[in-house]
Design a protein around this ligand. Structure first.
Ligand SMILES: [Zn+2]
Length: 189
């Protein structure tokens, strides 16, 4: 059954195959199948061969490739740091859907990073760029770039927020602990 403009769809619903149309806002490509990322109404443009889903919730900042997001680091394990995405930068409204993205160790900073805990720790607030959306749990993020990375670092010893103490190093004003981070120039500490 062909999905057409005006149809209501839900996250994960099949919309079209990627040979037919290009995925746009509110959609993602999973192995050549374009699916909906949000609850919304399909808008299919056959002339430009693109398909999008317009969120029907009243708070619709939808995530797309290239979006800059603000989130909280909820886990740092092996090659991937998990980030709970709170908002899209420049948009004060919280996202309507719950998203978790991941920063792979190779995407954390320019150059070699021996371990991810030298870039992020649980509780840090980061600014990142969305590089790929492969579904609700398959959001890839990148923090390499001067204005990307940690904007608030939390001390692993006492959970206090930390101050910048030189290049990619932070210091806890409460317990004097020093730690490494991939810092953004927009650090708010
Ligand atoms: Zn501390």
């Amino acid at each position: 059954m062909k999905v057409k403009s005006g149809d209501m769809v839900f996250p994960g619903d099949f919309l079209a195959v990627s040979e037919e149309v290009l995925p746009s806002e509110g959609t993602y490509d999973e192995d050549g199948k374009i699916k909906s990322l949000v609850v919304g109404e399909v808008s299919r443009d056959d002339r430009n061969k693109s398909i999008k889903v317009i969120s029907k919730l009243n708070t619709p900042p939808t995530l797309k490739r290239g979006s800059r997001v603000i989130g909280e680091v909820i886990d740092v394990r092996g090659q991937r740091a998990l980030v709970r995405i709170h908002s899209i930068k420049g948009n004060r409204r919280a996202l309507a859907t719950y998203f978790v993205g991941g920063v792979h160790v190779s995407q954390a900073r320019k150059g070699y990073l021996s371990k991810l805990t030298d870039a992020f720790r649980i509780g840090d607030i980061v600014e990142a760029r969305v590089t790929k959306i492969m579904g609700l749990d398959g959001i890839d993020l990148q923090t390499s770039g001067r204005d990307l990375g940690v904007i608030k670092a939390m001390c692993t010893r006492c959970r206090h927020f930390m101050e910048v103490n030189g290049r990619d190093e932070v210091r806890c004003p409460n317990c004097e602990n020093r730690e490494k981070r991939k810092l953004s120039v927009n650090y708010e500490g």
